[in-house]
Design a protein around this ligand. Structure first.
Ligand code: OGA
Ligand code: NI
Length: 342
């Protein structure tokens, strides 16, 4: 016999249609000994990125390809930074009228309720937007850690956006091009313990004005909650995982298919809590509006549900709305009301 040749055996289709029954050569007694699960939870994981973006606006991802040491180093350095004496942190204090640096979220009036948290907010990408004056230089590795973290997270964001675009039926480049030379900012949050934890709030309910946010819950103290069907749903901290959420800009670009969901952070009675949010925005020249290719593809969605606006106007208006205390104000303002809704 030639190597690789096969001996002739019956045609199975023909065999099956004959009335002779199953020849013994096909019978496998060992099958009776094998165990098959009838547990409905024994299923290979089904990962549906599309429904996560559409029905939740939030999901958590592990094994995202970012080296563990990059995340651990970032966490260790930011924990150390917040642990430094106040006067040292104040060397990086926000400048008047600026949000970048060490300080608190925007406060506009004496009556405004305040968040129980401090933050370090920096521009990370593109590099020419970095204000190194406001990047801490101690601990000595924190700048390198932030730089690495920023680069790696941008890669994850782009790879997620590639899949999201495909799921929306748009060529990935149509979305990715808008995020080329994209603006990335990083907000590192520090929530001290609070003796009246149940009466204060770490970050008041908001939706992110970003494209895509990747959040890391640094020290496994629970606090993040998202609004789902009128209730607050807590998000478990998983070490090394990124919580991904669709921001206002991707809600608009997806013409409302993907949702920018309201969320908030609570604080702990006994333990401090830290988180790092990396916001991925389009480049400064990008127009923000429903992706034209999306509108062409889907006849049901041919009409844009949002007005288009330049990135710069988007930021300006977004800030103004926040100052006026309107959380999802910008999205509401840009939404094109259908007759029914009016
Ligand atoms: C944010 C944010 C949540 C958290 O920084 O935009 O939503 O858990 N943070 O700190
Ligand atoms: Ni947020």
């Amino acid at each position: 016999m030639e190597v690789g040749g096969s001996l002739p055996v019956p045609n199975v289709q023909q065999l099956a249609s004959s009335s002779e029954g199953v020849p013994v050569r096909y019978i496998r007694p060992e099958l009776e000994l094998e165990r098959v699960s009838n547990d409905e939870y024994d299923r290979i994981p089904l990962i549906d990125l599309h429904s996560a973006c559409k029905d939740w606006g939030f999901f958590q991802v592990i094994n995202h390809g970012v080296a563990e040491e990059v995340i651990l180093k970032m966490k260790a350095d930011i924990q150390e930074f917040f642990g430094r004496p106040l006067e040292e942190k104040m060397e990086y204090a926000q400048l008047p009228n600026g949000i970048e640096g060490y300080g608190q979220a925007f406060v506009v009036s004496e009556e405004q309720k305040l968040d129980w948290g401090d933050m370090l907010y920096i521009n990370a990408q593109p590099i020419n937007r970095r204000n190194m004056r406001l990047w801490p230089s101690s601990p000595s590795s924190i700048r390198a850690s932030l730089d690495q973290y920023s680069i790696e997270l941008e890669k994850v964001a782009r790879s997620l956006m590639t899949s999201m675009a495909k799921n929306l039926g748009v060529e990935p480049e149509k979305l990715l091009d808008l995020f080329k030379e994209g603006v990335q900012t990083v907000r590192m949050n520090y929530y001290p313990p609070c003796e009246q934890a149940s009466k204060v709030i770490g970050i008041a309910p908001h939706s992110d004005g970003s494209g895509l946010t990747l959040l890391n819950q640094v020290n496994e103290v629970q606090g993040l909650q998202i609004k789902k069907d009128g209730k607050w749903v807590p998000v478990d901290p998983i070490p090394g995982a990124f919580i991904v959420n669709v921001g206002d800009i991707i809600e608009i670009m997806s013409n409302g298919v993907y949702k920018s969901i309201e969320h908030r952070a609570l604080v702990n009675h006994k333990k401090e809590r830290l988180s790092i949010a990396a916001f991925h925005d389009p480049n400064v020249d990008a127009m923000i509006g429903p992706l034209p290719n999306l509108l062409i593809k889907d006849p049901k969605k041919q009409a844009p549900n949002y007005k288009s606006i330049s990135h710069q106007d988007f930021k300006k208006l977004g800030r103004k709305m926040k100052l006026d205390g309107k959380n999802k104000g910008l999205i509401q303002y840009l939404k094109i009301q259908t007759e029914k809704e009016e």
